[in-house]
Design a protein around this ligand. Structure first.
Ligand SMILES: [Zn+2]
Length: 451
């Protein structure tokens, strides 16, 4: 008998934590941070969970004794299988006992570590640290899974296949248990630059004839039809019309979007100017997979540092390695027409000092606000842009599949049961696929599903 228990991602977007138990073997599919749940209590950085206990008492992490660092009880866990390096899928794993293996693709491991090296110490535990004497260190049990190759996880076995999503290193997972196979999509899309990867995962999942398909359903209730190629064309068109500085904001980890920006910038004779954190993560990632990122050595790439008194270790690394690539505020001010500068709301003090000229534009290349806090930040960004005299243009393609694609995927994989997660509308999902020959199970947080 196999049990699947959902401890997160139930009627919420993100925070996936799916426990699979087969006899004495246990594995988690993802162990993500529940941003939505944590926000109900915390307000970072002033009020945050500084101890694992803070998350435990509020039931923001699963109530399982013996699983967390510092717990006295024993608890067998054969591993956490991370589907992709978005924090809502892996970040809470920092609270787990360090002896548990954390599996991911090699690229995902590098994104997680690079991000960790480029941030400060975390009270809840670290996946790795960067320091002058020890260099780049990582948690011992961060193991990688090769695409398509089976790995033993206790008495179960797991294989992963690359899928397309808004961050590199994403995989779909197939777990073979004593009661049959489980296929798990992680987060997927069919319209990005690597859509053929997702198609191949769907074929593999179908070939494994799964009992259960656990699928994301982020955009089941609300979606747009846009591809990465359309995004590229729109950015290029916008750049060609702008006669001043072009500034763009997007999600840091989406290094494929970074490629899109570089390509559109080149087409318009503009240099892409990126912040140091982006440069650091990009370089680390480029060292393991040149295809999913850009090469900082490219002559059309420049670097820009936010003005501040003290530099982080990772910032010093980048500055030491690429001294000739740094652009000052003055350089940017004088050469606005030939630059595309990546910057977010948090860089607006520096943008104001640069002083964008007439014809400057801001490209907002991540999702439009869909909750209150995002609305507030979005309004702040607009206030800055009004002050700076820069219109905002929204150009984005999402990291998630649309309802038609999800339905077609379920039809092709043809599992006996399907469980929608990572969606705010599980019931809508159930109705959408009610004409398919598949049983839909809506999970209840913390209640095991048996098969
Ligand atoms: Zn994701």
């Amino acid at each position: 008998m196999v049990h699947i228990t959902f401890y997160g991602g139930v009627a919420e977007i993100g925070g996936n934590k799916i426990l699979v138990e087969d006899g004495r073997s246990r594995a988690f599919l993802d162990f993500g941070k529940s941003f939505g749940q944590e926000k109900l209590y915390f307000e970072e950085p002033f009020l945050s969970a500084r101890e694992i206990e803070h998350l435990k008492v509020l039931r923001l992490i699963p109530h399982i004794e013996g699983i967390y660092e510092g717990d006295k009880e024993d608890y067998r866990l054969d591993g956490v299988l991370v589907s992709h390096p978005h924090m809502d899928h892996y970040d809470a794993a920092r609270t787990l006992k360090k002896e548990y293996p954390i599996y991911s693709s090699e690229i995902a491991r590098m994104v997680i570590l690079a991000r960790e090296w480029a941030s400060s110490f975390n009270c809840l535990g670290n996946f790795g640290q960067l320091n002058k004497i020890l260099g780049r260190t990582s948690r011992e049990n961060m193991l990688t899974l090769s695409h398509g190759r089976e790995a033993k996880i206790g008495d179960m076995s797991a294989s992963v296949f690359p899928v397309d999503h808004s961050i590199p290193g994403a995989v779909g997972t197939i777990v073979e248990t004593s009661s049959g196979n489980i296929a798990y999509t992680g987060d997927i899309r069919f319209h990005g630059g690597a859509a053929e990867d997702t198609e191949r995962f769907v074929e593999e999942a179908a070939r494994h004839d799964p009992e259960i398909l656990i699928t994301e359903g982020t955009h089941i209730d609300d979606f747009k039809v846009e591809s990465e190629e359309e995004v590229r064309a729109k950015i290029a068109d916008t750049l060609s019309r702008s006669s001043g500085l072009a500034v763009a904001g997007f999600s840091f980890g989406d290094t494929r979007r970074l490629r899109t920006f570089l390509s559109a910038a080149k087409e318009n004779g503009r240099k892409l100017v990126i912040p140091l954190k982006q440069a650091f993560i990009t370089r680390e990632l480029h060292s393991v997979d040149p295809k999913s990122s850009i090469d900082i050595e490219d002559p059309d790439i420049g670097l820009f540092a936010r003005e501040k008194k003290r530099l982080y270790e990772f910032e010093k690394c980048v500055l030491e390695d690429y001294p000739g690539k740094m652009l000052s505020k003055e350089d940017i001010r004088e050469d606005q027409r030939s630059l595309l500068l990546l910057a977010s709301l948090y860089d607006m003090n520096d943008i104001a000092k640069i002083g964008p000229g007439v014809g400057s534009i801001y490209i907002h290349s991540s999702s439009e606000p869909f909750e209150e806090e995002m609305e507030i930040s979005y309004q702040k960004l607009h206030n800055w842009l009004d002050y700076l005299g820069m219109p905002l243009v929204q150009i984005h393609a999402s990291g998630h599949a649309n309802p038609f694609e999800l339905k077609e995927m379920i039809r092709q994989i043809s599992p006996k049961k399907v469980i929608p997660i990572h969606t705010k509308s599980p019931d809508l999902f159930r109705r959408l696929v009610s004409d398919l020959d598949v049983e839909v199970i809506l999970p209840v947080k913390g209640s095991p599903i048996e098969f």
